[in-house]
Design a protein around this ligand. Structure first.
Ligand code: ARG
Length: 589
């Protein structure tokens, strides 16, 4: 079905044509003064220049034509050439009924035949999660849902950082602490243990310790680098330690992502691309795109028209070690081979932009992807504390996701237990859902590339542009509907909408009708914040309507049913949109 804005634009364009202005560029926008009109067209102004006539003459002729159309209640031409439109309530009713009859808001979607792989999460094994990883998980999860909703076939890959220096550091630290382990016995007289000789807590302690030491002790750093290289070359004892680290770490990471409601189809990592690297490098050399520069192998990726210098992409260091970019290039090959992907979406810190520019250009230059394939980098800004510096938890150290969620949970708990009769398991469930909504919405409501300030008080507030406010709106609607179902013995159908009667009701119809366009915009711009803005506006209008209108207490049965149908549809819209943000609505609040 056509969007409401498309229907209006078509009418207005046709009117311009009928009036003799076929070549006018016609666009229509939602009015920013809803008290004056609902839609607005300013195209008579540029058309006047084109046709050398007075803009008011065009505006009046077009407005006159539009008045003949049943979809408008009122059309006005205003100086210097604006056309203001108010929609007919009957049209709005019919249009919204049609939308309500669809099984989803953006019914047709995009139907992109290309397979998409989305790379987010990106936690580094055995290293603490930091706020950047939280953002990547929250934004990536939402984008995955939006891409799928639009009709794409999407594979989500966590792409763990499991192949870096942290492994060498931990192995060296282990050698310090438990030199007697068989891994360090050159003659290997004993078998390797089945059980890991360390726990998650050990790893959490060992990595920071080793990392700090490597910054002061050059010998230790060198040993860790050599050990990393040996691991990467496949030295069995180190591979065995690596496997244990992976197993313990992955389990913990899964737990963390689960707690966030973030899921992946693939739990691959940098290590999975390693076997592809030697052939890839050979191929680069044969193609003549990789050159030696000061002992390192690099691909020149500068292009004419670059406004700033894009340094070459380093593929191999002089000691033979592969780098972050090498892994990412080999991963593209893997994703082409294994998944047949044609659209590659990466969600990572915007400070990695140069890295991705280098990787994308190298991939194109080397022909790893088809010309028509899309390589997209969605870079996000930093989550700062109130002091404007990158966020730290209570203790001031690195962030532990659990602590962060715990802090939000307790802030939410205090708010929802105030004057509420929810208890027991339901209270836990509600607290959990509201806390995650506060966290996710606080993040997603900002344009991803911007830095933002993490403010628990603001994020958990029940009023304002917050997750809990949107949930509260949805829950309130649910509770009205449940009361009605209990009394009437049956649900109302959302398609039983009536004609909007009041200003606020009409505003609500209009906003509901804009849902498909908001979802399409969020998809096209890869921008969850567009959905946040939409649900906030919808919630605000809905609460205003609710405040002024009798619903359950309405004595006219037909009116009551129509209003309940409207509320049902608004609740469904909120739930459908929130799901795309990875936010669940609790039963009660
Ligand atoms: N592990 C990386 C980090 O912590 C993020 C990975 C992003 N994805 C990628 N394919 N490079 O910074």
């Amino acid at each position: 079905m056509l969007y409401i804005s498309e229907i209006i634009t078509e009418s207005v364009s046709a009117a311009f044509s009928t009036c003799g202005y076929q070549d006018a560029d016609v666009s229509v926008k939602i009015s920013d003064r809803p008290d004056l009109c609902e839609y607005q067209c300013n195209s008579a102004l540029p058309a006047a220049k084109k046709y050398s006539v007075n803009p008011m003459e065009i505006a009046e002729a077009v407005a006159g034509k539009l008045r003949e159309e049943v979809i408008f209640e009122k059309v006005e031409a205003l100086k210097p050439g604006f056309i203001n439109m108010v929609m007919h309530p009957e049209f709005l009713k019919d249009h919204l009924k049609e939308l309500a009859a669809e099984s989803r808001l953006w019914a047709e979607g995009e139907k992109n035949p290309v397979k998409t792989v989305i790379d987010y999460g990106g936690a580094n094994v055995a290293k603490p999660l930091h706020v950047g990883h939280l953002r990547s998980a929250v934004i990536g999860e939402s984008l995955k849902r939006i891409l799928r909703y639009a009709g794409n076939e999407v594979v989500a890959d966590v792409h763990l950082g499991d192949w870096g220096l942290q492994m060498g550091l931990i192995i060296e630290q282990l050698r310090e602490e438990q030199p007697g382990l068989p891994y360090f016995d050159e003659n290997r007289t004993r078998p390797f243990p089945h059980e890991a000789p360390f726990t998650l807590e050990d790893l959490e302690r060992m990595y920071p310790k080793a990392s700090a030491r490597s910054k002061e002790d050059e010998g230790f750093l060198k040993a860790a680098q050599e050990t990393t290289l040996k691991l990467q070359e496949g030295y069995e004892p180190y591979r065995e330690i690596w496997k244990h680290i992976m197993e313990i770490s992955k389990k913990d990471l899964k737990r963390n992502y689960d707690a966030l409601g973030v899921t992946f189809d693939l739990w691959k990592g940098e290590s999975d691309a390693q076997p592809l690297i030697p052939d890839m490098i050979e191929d680069f050399k044969e193609q003549g795109i990789a050159n030696l520069s000061q002992g390192a192998l690099v691909i020149d990726v500068s292009e004419d028209g670059d406004t700033k210098e894009i340094p070459p992409c380093i593929i191999q260091k002089s000691d033979g070690a592969a780098l972050y970019a090498t892994s990412d290039l080999a991963t593209i090959i893997d994703r082409k081979n294994e998944l047949g992907a044609g659209d590659f979406v990466y969600v990572a810190d915007k400070r990695q932009e140069l890295h991705f520019t280098q990787v994308f250009r190298s991939a194109r230059k080397a022909g790893l992807v088809e010309d028509s394939d899309r390589l997209e980098f969605i870079g996000f800004g930093t989550m700062n504390g109130k002091d404007g510096k990158p966020f730290k938890t209570r203790a001031g150290g690195v962030m532990r996701l659990e602590h962060l969620i715990e802090d939000i949970r307790s802030a939410v708990y205090d708010k929802i237990t105030e004057g509420s009769d929810i208890s027991g398991e339901e209270l836990d469930d509600t607290t959990e859902k509201v806390a995650l909504a506060a966290l996710k919405y606080g993040d997603l409501s900002n344009q991803a590339s911007r830095d933002y300030i993490f403010d628990i008080d603001r994020f958990t507030a029940l009023e304002g542009n917050t997750g809990p406010y949107i949930l509260y709106t949805a829950v309130r609607l649910k509770s009205i509907l449940e009361k009605n179902t209990a009394a009437a013995g049956a649900d109302v159908s959302r398609t039983d909408l009536g004609t909007p009667l009041t200003f606020k009701e009409k505003q609500l119809f209009l906003k509901a009708a804009q849902a498909p366009a908001a979802l399409r915009e969020a998809y096209e711009k890869r921008a969850p914040h567009v959905i946040c803005r939409y649900v906030y506006e919808l919630s605000d209008i809905c609460n205003g309507f609710y405040h002024d209108t009798n619903i359950l207490s309405e004595s006219d049965e037909k009116l009551k049913c129509e209003r309940l149908a409207l509320i049902t549809f608004i609740k469904d819209i909120l739930v459908e949109c929130l799901d795309l943000l990875g936010i669940e609505v609790p039963e009660r609040m």
